[in-house]
Design a protein around this ligand. Structure first.
Ligand SMILES: CCCCCCC/C=C/C(=O)SCCNC(=O)CCNC(=O)[C@H](O)C(C)(C)COP(=O)(O)OP(=O)(O)OC[C@H]1O[C@@H](n2cnc3c(N)ncnc32)[C@H](O)[C@@H]1OP(=O)(O)O
Length: 713
């Protein structure tokens, strides 16, 4: 809806009303059309201001409408009518002007924004392009390079930056609406010549072809198969080379292919999934809306290795005070230097001063005595962490939350070392912790809903997307990774090469194939995990361990000192630190290994690589759902997209399974299980069977069946 009033004598004020973000639903679009008509037809009204209620201009088109039969007036003619009005129309931007919201503002003759507002065209992140004239109007204001950068990334910018780029005409610290009304009065009689953006020429640099070639190359490299960024460049190319009307036609055609694409559906699913995970629930029935987080003011981080440093930076950037503890003086000094550098670089990027004063460094654990919440990030060693929890429990005030940054260890075991196990939760950050948005908040059997709510809330303050998960080895993300990695090794035994397996996964859209990932995280790290599980038998290469097929290939590489990137050798060779090159040594090693074990190498197709690696990972995801470790498929999908390089435009593993068809996933798992009966991770899980038996319902209906399956267990 849109409300109309006349203010300050002769200014027509149109207020968009659709909480929480005034999205342009059919009713809002109808409201705008009606109120604009009314304002333009009222002889008393000399100029018009468009604003949004509750301090938010507009969050864009209503994404919930996209999957439905769309009704109501379309955006393009609505914005065109505003631009062609013969009375000045001013957009008063507060909060956000995003997507269709910014496109609406670009159709106005003037834009006045609050200093704290943000603007952007994030459609590309939803698999779309700004198809309400955004690709044609923005470059006419900002020039092509800035428009390419903004539209192909969807980056949201401050209004200070928007002012520099001529996207807005004025920025104010006062009410943008009041300022816009005053301004509208002052320009009431002024000519609109030059104010209609679509009538301006698109500024074209002389090297425009080279500019677009470079832009196309850049998006193709970073998009990893996503089609929307490519379409964005094509639409901008139309703005540069065609008259406005033809450019609009091209924008429309490109949008038509994106709008119904599977990628757009997956990205829009992901948008809502990232919000749905905030509405967590625990197996006990406790929920986000009934559990109050406790405010946290003082925090502490124990252990200032890579993870501890990233967590400290992230807490300070969120405005929280941090006691940063490292037992030895030398590493403490080194960490202090590194953290200061990270904060300074961050401040340079974001603007403002680095929050150095918020951090106090100490080598003494007693320094954490009066903090509200501790995050320990010491070495992943259960004995060390147990001892630390005993100390913390004795030192900290009784109501302090004790959080552990572990990627796999038992939260209940650590909680049992504390006098207040209900205040213990896992906070599993992902490296680099000040950059990665994902946070697994792990609830143990005794964690209180208040502790979970507080950790989730703290994560949000830190700019993370928290996902509440249950306690099991590897939680959700790392647990699902295990069968995926295992299949990679089995494929090598059967005739594949690391570059072939990685090629298939990267072609699918993963940021990195599994062997490149293993080289990056360290072959020694995986070895240590397997050792902890009792799987490593040095020197032996027996292919059955704990009653199931086992590949010792990773252990053999470890024994050769090939730890991955850090030693320059792993599954690949690294002549310079980052570039992975196929290593003839490895091929010989694999041939010897196969010969020793009587394994005949066979030709393996990419499809088999994908099916075996991805379907076993997905199958583990179904087990996790069945056991209640994750509350719903959205939780798993958010974890994989934000933490494990799963291609965003494929929605996440569980969404992907729903798109491939559950029956196909089930059949292929059964097929591979027949070929490899000694691999239990290929055994389809009962939830998958139950979903297939229920007719493979759409993903949003899985929770109901999961609940039924759980009640049968
Ligand atoms: C052939 C058809 C042609 C159509 C023309 C196409 C041209 C235009 C396309 C578009 O405009 S696409 C939409 C572009 N806009 C966005 O991508 C913005 C998305 N929203 C956000 O980034 C954030 O929500 C926000 C606006 C910055 C606010 O963030 P905040 O952290 O304050 O709140 P959230 O938890 O994110 O959101 C609150 C609530 O609102 C829902 N929501 C947000 N934006 C939209 C939207 N555009 N449409 C529908 N709903 C929206 C969000 O889902 C939350 O609700 P719940 O999911 O929690 O119920």
């Amino acid at each position: 809806m849109a409300q109309y009033s006349r203010v300050s004598g002769n200014v027509g004020l149109i207020t968009l009303q659709n909480p929480p973000v005034n999205a342009l639903s059919a009713a809002v679009r109808q409201g705008i059309v009606d109120t604009v008509k009314r304002a333009l037809g009222d002889p008393e009204v000399k100029s018009v201001v468009i604003c949004g209620q509750n301090g938010v201009f507009c969050g864009g088109a209503d994404i919930r409408e996209f999957g439905t039969h769309m009704t109501g007036p379309p955006l393009v003619p609505m914005i065109h009518a505003i631009e062609m009005a013969d009375k000045p129309v001013v957009a008063a931007i507060e909060g956000v002007a995003l997507g269709g919201g910014l496109e609406l503002a670009l159709g106005c003759h003037y834009r006045i924004a609050h200093t704290k507002a943000k603007v952007g065209l994030p459609e590309v992140t939803l698999g779309l392009l700004p198809a309400a004239g955004g690709t044609q109007r923005l470059p006419r204001l900002t020039g092509l390079p800035a428009a390419i950068a903004l539209i192909t990334t969807g980056r949201q910018i401050t209004t200070a930056e928007a002012l520099k780029l001529s996207i807005v005409d004025q920025v104010t610290d006062y009410s943008a609406v009041d300022t816009a009304v005053k301004f509208a009065k002052s320009v009431a009689e002024r000519s609109l010549d030059g104010r209609r953006v679509s009538e301006r020429p698109c500024p074209c640099p002389p090297d425009v072809d080279a500019l677009f070639e470079a832009a196309m190359q850049k998006v193709r490299q970073s998009a990893r198969g996503a089609i929307a960024p490519v379409a964005c460049v094509q639409a901008l190319q139309a703005a540069a080379t065609m008259p406005y009307a033809l450019g609009m036609q091209r924008e429309k055609e490109l949008m038509a292919t994106l709008f119904t694409s599977g990628q757009a559906r997956a990205l829009q699913y992901s948008f809502f999934a990232q919000r749905a995970v905030g509405r967590w629930s625990l197996p006990s029935g406790a929920r986000w809306d009934g559990s109050k987080p406790r405010p946290i003011r003082k925090t502490a981080v124990i252990g200032l290795g890579t993870m501890g440093r990233g967590i400290t930076v992230s807490l300070a950037q969120a405005g929280l005070s941090v006691i940063a503890v490292e037992a030895q003086e030398k590493p403490l000094k080194e960490a202090q230097q590194a953290i200061s550098g990270m904060l300074q670089r961050g401040a340079k990027r974001r603007g403002g001063a680095p929050p150095l004063d918020l951090i106090t460094y100490s080598a003494n654990l007693q320094a954490v005595a009066d903090v509200d919440l501790v995050i320990e990030a010491v070495f992943e060693d259960v004995a060390l962490k147990k001892q630390l929890f005993q100390h913390l429990s004795a030192i900290c005030k009784p109501e302090a939350f004790l959080c552990t940054n572990t990627s796999a260890l038992d939260i209940d075991l650590l909680a049992s070392q504390s006098r207040h196990p209900e205040l213990v939760v896992g906070m599993h950050f992902f490296a680099p912790a000040h950059v990665m948005k994902l946070l697994e908040v792990v609830h143990g059997s005794r964690s209180s809903p208040e502790a979970v709510a507080t950790a989730m809330n703290l994560g949000k303050q830190m700019g993370k997307v928290g996902v509440a998960v249950g306690n099991c080895h590897g939680f959700v993300g790392n647990r699902m990774l295990k069968p995926y990695l295992e299949q990679g090794l089995f494929l090598l035994e059967e005739g594949a090469t690391p570059e072939m397996v990685d090629g298939a996964l990267e072609e699918f859209g993963f940021a990195m194939g599994l062997f490149r990932m293993s080289d990056l995280s360290g072959i020694d790290v995986g070895w240590r995990v397997r050792k902890g599980e009792g799987l490593v038998q040095p020197g032996a290469s027996v292919r059955v361990r704990q009653g199931r097929r086992y590949s010792p290939l990773g252990d053999l590489l470890y024994e050769q000192g090939r730890f991955g990137q850090k030693t320059g050798r792993g599954w690949y060779r690294y002549d310079n630190r980052h570039e992975a090159k196929p290593d003839p040594w490895l091929n010989n090693f694999l041939e010897d290994y196969r010969a020793r074990h009587g394994l005949a190498a066979r030709r393996i197709e990419c499809q088999e690589v994908l099916e075996r690696c991805l379907y076993t990972l997905i199958n583990e995801g179904f087990r996790i759902l069945e056991e209640g470790i994750a509350a719903g498929p959205e939780d798993i999908d958010v974890i994989y997209v934000l933490g494990y390089g799963w291609p965003k435009h494929r929605g996440g593993p569980m969404y992907y399974a729903s798109m491939v068809g559950l029956i196909k996933v089930l059949e292929r798992l059964e097929h591979y299980l027949r070929a490899h009966p000694d691999v239990p991770s290929l055994q389809p899980c009962s939830l998958l069977r139950r979903l297939v038996a229920s007719g493979s319902p759409p993903i949003h209906k899985w929770r109901k069946i999961i609940k039924k399956t759980q009640s049968h267990l």
